[in-house]
Design a protein around this ligand. Structure first.
Ligand code: URP
Ligand code: ZN
Ligand code: ZN
Length: 470
C-alpha cells in the first residue's frame, strides 16, 4: 500500500515568503511531506513546469444574496463555487446578509440551507449587519462571533443596508468586545444621494452617471469617517473595495497614526475604468460595469498598483456580485426597473473566476509584483486576516492540501462562453491574460483539471473561523 493518498511532483512551490522546487505528499486531506522527493502515492499529479500555489482564498464574494428590488443574483452556491473552482480557488468567503427586520441568526441558518451540499470548494460566511437591534447587538452578534463567524460587513450607503453613524459606533463596540473584524463599505450616502438627484434632474440617467454619483470624494470622506469611528472605539477595520488614490491616502494616514486599518482592492480597479460605464455609446451596455465604488480613471489605476506593490493593500478579492444583463431579471434595458436611471441598476459585477488570472497577468507576468506578493494578496493574507490560517493560505506541513496548479505561460483571451459562472456576460470580455490555473486541488482531491470541473458539489464544507491573525 502506498504511504500517501496524493502527491504532486516536479513543480515550483510558491508561498508568500519564498519559492522552491519540491514534491508534496498528502494524507487525509492535509500536507504531510514537502521534500525533494516524496513517497509513493495512490494518486500522482505531474506539475513539471508548473507553479504550485496555495489555493486561492477569495475574501469577498456575494452569492444568492437578496436584493432590494427582487433582482435575483446570477450565482447560487453551486454555480458560484463552480466558477471559483475553475479560477483556482479553494476557499471563498460569501456574505450572510441580514435583511432589515429579520433576525441575523435566522439569516445565517437560511444561508447554510442554501449552501449545504452545493459547494464545490470550502466556504466560510462573513455576516452583513443591516439592522442592529438590541437583540442583534446584545445577543445574536456576540453569539455568532463566538460560533466562528468572526467578521462582518457594514454599509455606509444603500437605503436598505446602511447604518447611521451612531449605529456604526454601536456595532463597532460589539466588535471590540468580541474581537470580531469589521469590513466597511465606505461611501458617503448623502453625497451620493445629492449627486444622484442633481444628475437625474438634468436628465443624466445613463449608467455612466453612476460613476459620477459615486464620486471618489464620497468614498474618501466615508473612509475617513469609518477610520475615525474605529479609532474612537479602538478596533481594527478593513476598508473593502478601495477604488483609487483618495481613499488610499486616508488609509495611509491612519496607519501613520498607528491604527490597524486593513485594505482590500479588486480586479475592477486595475482592469476597468469609468469609460467602460459608457457602454457602446452612452447606452445601457454600461450597466454591465455598474458596481460600487465604480472603476475610476487611469491615474487611479496607477495609484492602486502603487498600493498593491507598497503594502497599502493587504488583500485582493473579487467582490463577485453577479447579475445577468439580458432579460427581465437582468440589469440591462429589458429590466423594467433598470431602464429609467442608473440609480435602479443593481450594483455588482461578476469576477470570481477571473480574479486570480487578472492579477497574475497584469501583476506577475507584466513584472509589477513578485509571485510571492501575488500569493500573499490572494491567499495567505485573506486566510490570516479572516482567521483561516494556518489551515488555509500556505503550503506547509499540517495545512489543508489546497492548491492551484498554475501555468505561468498559458495565454488566454477571457470570454463569457468559457467561464463557469451564472452571469450571461463578463466585464473582462476580450481581455488577454498570460497565466492560468490548469488544476485546482481541494484537500488532496483534484476538483478542476484543464478547465473541467471534476469534483462534486458536495466536496466543500463550511469553515468556522478564529479571530484575525494579522
Ligand atoms: O457593487 C458592488 N460592490 N456590489 C456588491 C455589494 C458590495 O457593496 O460589495
Ligand atoms: Zn460593498
Ligand atoms: Zn461586495
Amino acid at each position: 500500500m502506498p504511504e500517501l493518498d496524493f502527491a504532486i511532483r516536479g513543480g515550483t512551490v510558491v508561498n508568500a515568503s519564498d519559492r522552491f522546487r519540491a514534491d508534496i505528499g498528502v494524507k487525509d486531506g492535509r500536507i504531510v511531506q514537502i521534500a525533494e522527493t516524496v513517497a509513493d502515492a495512490r494518486e500522482e499529479f505531474d506539475a513539471s513546469g508548473r507553479l504550485v500555489l496555495p489555493g486561492g482564498v477569495d475574501g469577498h464574494v456575494h452569492l444568492a444574496q437578496p436584493t432590494s428590488d427582487g433582482t435575483v443574483m446570477a450565482d447560487d452556491f453551486e454555480t458560484g463555487t463552480r466558477a471559483a473552482t475553475a479560477g483556482g480557488n479553494t476557499t471563498i468567503l460569501p456574505f450572510a446578509l441580514q435583511e432589515k427586520g429579520k433576525s441575523l441568526r435566522q439569516c445565517v441558518s437560511d444561508y447554510h440551507e442554501k449552501a449545504n451540499g452545493n459547494c464545490y470548494i470550502d466556504v466560510s460566511f462573513h455576516l452583513i449587519v443591516s439592522d442592529p437591534t438590541p437583540q442583534v447587538l446584545g445577543q445574536e452578534l456576540p453569539a455568532l462571533v463566538r460560533d466562528g463567524y468572526t467578521s462582518f460587513k457594514v454599509f455606509m450607503t444603500y437605503d436598505d443596508l446602511m447604518l447611521t453613524d451612531s449605529q456604526l459606533l454601536e456595532v463597532f463596540e460589539v466588535a471590540r468586545r468580541e474581537r470580531a473584524l469589521v469590513m466597511v463599505h465606505a461611501e458617503g450616502h448623502d453625497a451620493i444621494k445629492h449627486m444622484t438627484r442633481k444628475l437625474e434632474e438634468s436628465g443624466r440617467t445613463a449608467p455612466y452617471y453612476h460613476g459620477i454619483a459615486h464620486s471618489s470624494i464620497a468614498e474618501r470622506e466615508a473612509t475617513h469617517r469609518a477610520i475615525s469611528h474605529a479609532e474612537l472605539t479602538d478596533i481594527p477595520i478593513v476598508i473593502v473595495h478601495v477604488s483609487g488614490r483618495d481613499p488610499m491616502e486616508q488609509i495611509q494616514w491612519a496607519r501613520r497614526r498607528g491604527l490597524k486599518v486593513f485594505a482590500e482592492t479588486c480586479p475592477q480597479y486595475i482592469a476597468l475604468t469609468m469609460e467602460d460605464l459608457k457602454g457602446l455609446n452612452m447606452d445601457f451596455e454600461g450597466a454591465k460595469y455598474v458596481c460600487s465604488p465604480p472603476p475610476r480613471d487611469r491615474e487611479n489605476q496607477e495609484a492602486i498598483w502603487e498600493g498593491i506593490r507598497d503594502g497599502t493593500f493587504d488583500i485582493f478579492s473579487s467582490d463577485h456580485a453577479p447579475f445577468k444583463y439580458e432579460g427581465e431579471n437582468g440589469t440591462g434595458k429589458d429590466n423594467p426597473n433598470a431602464r429609467t436611471s442608473f440609480k435602479l441598476v443593481p450594483n455588482g459585477i461578476p469576477g470570481i473566476e477571473t480574479r486570480l488570472p487578472i492579477l497574475f497577468s497584469e501583476g506577475v507576468s507584466r513584472g509589477r509584483i513578485s509571485l510571492e506578493r501575488f500569493v500573499a494578496l490572494t491567499s495567505t493574507n485573506p486566510a490570516k486576516l479572516f482567521g483561516l490560517y494556518p489551515k488555509k493560505g500556505s503550503i506547509m506541513i499540517g495545512a489543508d492540501a489546497d492548491f492551484a496548479i498554475w501555468d505561468p505561460d498559458r495565454e488566454v483571451t477571457i470570454t463569457q462562453s468559457a467561464l463557469h459562472h451564472g452571469s450571461d456576460y463578463t466585464p473582462y470580455e476580450g481581455m488577454e491574460v498570460k497565466g492560468w490555473p490548469v488544476a485546482t486541488i481541494l484537500r488532496g482531491r483534484t476538483v478542476m483539471r484543464d478547465g473541467d470541473i471534476v469534483g462534486e458539489k458536495t466536496f466543500g464544507s463550511h469553515l468556522s473561523r478564529t479571530t484575525s491573525d494579522m
